[in-house]
Design a protein around this ligand. Structure first.
Ligand SMILES: [Fe+2]
Length: 537
């Protein structure tokens, strides 16, 4: 089923002034101050805050060769309704410098934080130099945020010797500490790709309600999220985590979402609860607004009611073309009632889709024009075939993954072959385990061509401490020999990419149930240019 999306809004009209246009006229080093102006009558002129107004941290995202987005959300009492803010717009000053001490300021300005957006600020900084570090800071009424690091991408098409980036997601607050984010902060990556499950919308689990220990108790908001205020409050709780704030402050994030930003295993206008679609769209609109408010993304990603366009492409010099995909909004509903199912004929229906027709066309057109050495899909659910039933006589995949839309995977692989893409790397999350595997043209024939590789990043905290592996997971790997690695601990993946070689390091933590868990590299794989297969590092 293909969704129609209304024409893109010109959101510049009601957000901050488009400074990129100014800067082209004034020169990249110009200092300027500008305000949105439209709401000047309703601006709270001299705000006085009861507490530190940057309690939700600051962040950067969506890097480009000439800039990035910088984000904050004014919330002196982050867990209270409206973040403790009055229903008035406020003006927030921002600056970008070439040094961490914010002494060599190259740009500054003023942005308006509107109550309609929960006092979030998204400034699109342009006119910067490519391929270098910058630092940014917000101030309001004499209150100063910390200074944080961002980084521009190299010029499109230019030679790049090395790219280092991280992949993370699935950060259920109750399940453990976000220690992996502290490690990510120390990495000072070029960027971090977040595949989704930034929050969990479920009713909060209390200690004693499940076998898995509840490591952190969520205060005062136990129920499943439905309204904008519900979602805002959950984001606020997660955003107050110091390790998460440190990771955001260390590098720009490339954000996407998975299911739990809205509802477990939602698909298009179908909710987990099978709510009437017209009503689920109200909830989806609230969830998308809250997502936008809290993410360092460009104004083009502002939702319009229940619709949003988050799929987009990032080009890193001549090295990487990264396609960030949306595998939730335009997909077919999970077949055969979802879950792990054997003999699901519906999964083979040729009309099933994971991306929808428009996104598929955009992706495949991008393949045809691919100039970069490595083509990357940054997405959510596992692409490679994976039998979830350890009984060798029963093939039962998960209906939520690309196994539940076999024709969509066949079309993807056909497009990869037609474009003669030599170096396809798929980055995935969702399952709360590390996996590495090869994408076979025919998964039933292991001698068939390998079209690319897939690296699945485990969760930051979801699932608790976990374990390395067990007998039933070992059996699953035997059934699917294209899957080369499995680990069920928490962590992230570090990718180091050069023109000749891609290396993926699977980072794991011994524990997330305690603070100061120890990180180690559990396994590293490499892909050599033109080889399309995994080798041990
Ligand atoms: Fe998750």
């Amino acid at each position: 089923m293909t969704k129609r999306f209304p024409t893109r809004l010109d959101v510049d009209a009601f957000c901050t002034v488009n400074r990129r246009a100014f800067l082209h006229g004034l020169g990249a080093s110009a200092l300027l101050t500008a305000t949105g102006g439209l709401f000047s009558g309703g601006v709270w002129a001299s705000p006085v805050f009861a507490a530190y107004p940057f309690a939700l941290g600051i962040a950067s995202g969506d890097p480009a060769p000439d800039g990035f987005v910088i984000w904050t959300k004014i919330a002196p009492r982050p867990l209270e309704r409206s973040g403790g803010m009055p229903r008035k717009a406020v003006e927030v000053d921002w600056s970008v410098a070439t040094d961490e001490r914010m002494q060599q300021v190259v740009q500054k300005g003023t942005a308006t934080a509107h109550p309609e957006l929960g006092h979030a600020v998204h400034v699109e900084v342009g006119g910067l130099e490519p391929g270098r570090d910058y630092f940014y800071q917000f101030t309001i009424s004499g209150e100063r945020s910390r200074a944080a690091r961002a980084r521009t991408l190299p010029p499109a098409g230019a030679p790049v010797a090395q790219l280092r980036f991280g992949v993370a997601g699935c950060q259920r607050y109750e399940d453990g500490h976000f220690t992996a984010y502290r490690q990510i902060a120390a990495e000072r990556f070029d960027f971090v790709f977040h595949y989704g499950d930034y929050i969990y919308e479920n009713r909060v689990v209390r200690p004693g309600e499940r076998p898995l220990p509840v490591i952190r108790v969520i205060p005062d908001e136990p129920d499943e999220l439905y309204t904008l205020d519900d979602y805002r409050q959950r984001y606020a709780l997660y955003k107050t985590d110091p390790d998460l704030q440190a990771a955001h402050g260390s590098a720009p994030f490339v954000m996407s979402y998975d299911d739990h930003e809205v509802d477990n295993n939602w698909a298009g206008d179908i909710s987990e609860e099978n709510t009437p679609p017209a009503l689920f769209l109200l909830r989806r609109a609230a969830a998308f607004q809250a997502w936008y408010e809290h993410m360092p993304v460009r104004r083009a990603l502002l939702p319009r009611g229940p619709d949003i366009l988050i799929y987009r492409r990032f080009t890193v010099g001549d090295l990487v073309s990264m396609n960030v995909l949306d595998t939730r909004l335009f997909r077919s509903d999970q077949p055969c009632g979802d879950g792990v199912k054997a003999d699901c004929r519906e999964a083979l229906d040729p009309h099933r889709t994971m991306l929808g027709e428009t996104q598929e066309r955009w992706l495949y057109d991008g393949f045809k024009n691919a100039r970069a050495r490595w083509t990357v899909l940054g997405q959510q659910v596992v692409v490679m075939r994976s039998d979830r039933n350890p009984d060798p006589k029963v093939f039962a995949p998960s209906m939520d993954k690309w196994d539940g839309a076999v024709a969509a995977r066949d079309r993807l692989f056909a497009a990869v072959e037609a474009a003669r893409l030599a170096n396809l790397v798929v980055l995935t999350g969702d399952v709360h385990n590390h996996w590495a595997g090869e994408l076979k043209k025919n998964f039933d024939d292991q001698s068939s061509a390998t079209l690319g590789v897939e690296f699945v990043a485990t969760s930051i905290s979801s699932g608790g401490d976990g374990f390395d592996t067990n007998d039933s997971f070992k059996a699953l790997l035997t059934q699917d020999p294209h899957i080369k690695f499995f680990n069920n601990q928490r962590g992230y993946v570090r990718h180091v990419v050069t023109p000749d070689r891609w290396q993926a390091d699977f980072q794991v933590l011994d524990k997330v149930s305690v603070r100061d868990g120890q990180v180690s590299t559990r396994k590293s794989f490499v892909v050599d240019n033109g080889k399309s297969g995994l080798a041990d590092a």
